[in-house]
Write a new protein. Structure first.
Length: 359
């Protein structure tokens, strides 16, 4: 039987613009079947969490514009489980908002805050690590994160430095935002750095206490309507006051200030599926080393490509290596994998030149 005090907040409000043209403002990547498995990323994440957390205790945090998409893809949800933000204010305000709602429902809750668009291969290992974190957070006033052992000096991730100690759960020394290559290489050589997966675990009382200590203005803003949370009057209050909250991430607002932050090095494989290149790494390849989704390919002297079309279109390639080829309705993207971080810039140029409807 699942523990009734276990809760989850699934973050599903982002746009995922580096996955353009599949991921758009109107239909972001978490609502797509990016890997061709038959499940969208948010469906897969929900089912992974539901193995350890009662499904009715999994809350989806998203922007108001995606509410219908959430209902469509997770039709089993009750109305109370979808928490919508009327304005995009980064992760701290929405986590506080959802935490106050959960605290009112169950003051003994421990929760995981997780992105809805990550890929985790070994779901049993994930559940085991999560249970270990829940146990620690139920018995101590601590804030936890899951860290990923780095496999190479990635400059696209944040890093968590931990104190060298024998215990499996380690005290965090500091967080570092995306470093340059030389710094990332030094971190890996030093051996006490992990990738920050953006998966956080804490008791509802610990995180609200942290907001009280470090974000007094923000908590005062939400406290004005605390009595209205989980009632019919909640949405009017949130519509009025939520846009006044500071636009700040949970990392800057709380985790980089608090002294009681700990990390558990994860035992599972993880991929944040942040770019077409990261998707290429995750997918099976054909004999020519091309990764293919919803496509039939004939290739000659073409390898290392990420190819995705709609409706199983036939793609013929000759002499093209290490490219992203994505065909979607009225947009065709052919872009070097080595420049995938620039797709955001390409998207901006497309919208400026041809109109917002293409992004």
């Amino acid at each position: 039987m699942k523990n009734k005090d276990y809760y989850a907040i699934l973050m599903a409000g982002g746009v995922g613009s580096r996955f353009w043209p599949v991921s758009t403002t109107a239909f972001p990547k978490q609502f797509h079947d990016m890997l061709g498995t038959g499940e969208t990323l948010i469906q897969r994440t929900f089912s992974r969490l539901a193995k350890i957390i009662p499904p009715e205790n999994i809350f989806i945090l998203t922007n108001e514009r995606y509410q219908d998409l959430v209902y469509e893809q997770l039709p089993m949800l009750e109305h109370r489980q979808i928490v919508t933000e009327p304005a995009m204010r980064n992760t701290a305000p929405c986590i506080l908002y959802a935490s106050l709602k959960i605290q009112k429902e169950n003051p003994n809750a421990v929760m995981v805050v997780a992105p809805s668009d990550h890929w985790i291969e070994d779901e049993q290992a994930f559940a085991s690590d999560l249970k270990k974190c829940f146990d620690a957070c139920q018995s101590q006033n601590i804030l936890m994160t899951l860290g990923i052992t780095p496999s190479f000096p990635n400059t696209g991730y944040g890093y968590v430095q931990f104190n060298q100690e024998e215990t499996s759960i380690k005290k965090v020394a500091q967080f570092t935002e995306k470093p340059d290559y030389t710094t990332a290489k030094r971190f890996i050589d030093e051996g006490n750095y992990l990738w920050n997966a953006g998966i956080f675990i804490w008791s509802v009382s610990s995180i609200i206490e942290a907001f009280s200590n470090f974000q007094k203005e923000m908590i005062a803003l939400f406290e004005k309507g605390k009595s209205l949370l989980n009632t019919e009057l909640e949405s009017n209050f949130i519509s009025k006051y939520y846009p006044e909250a500071e636009n700040i991430s949970i990392d800057y607002a709380i985790l980089e200030k608090a002294e009681n932050v700990y990390v558990l090095p994860a035992t599972f494989d993880w991929n944040d599926l942040g770019t077409w290149g990261s998707l290429y790494d995750k997918l099976d390849k054909n004999l020519a080393n091309n990764a293919i989704v919803n496509t039939r390919v004939l290739s000659h002297n073409a390898s290392g490509n990420m190819i995705r079309t709609e409706n199983n279109k036939i793609v013929v390639l000759d002499g093209l290596d290490d490219y992203i080829i994505v065909d979607k309705e009225n947009v065709l993207l052919i872009y070097p994998k080595s420049k995938e971080q620039d797709i955001k810039l390409a998207l901006k140029k497309v919208k400026d030149t041809f109109g917002e409807e293409y992004g």
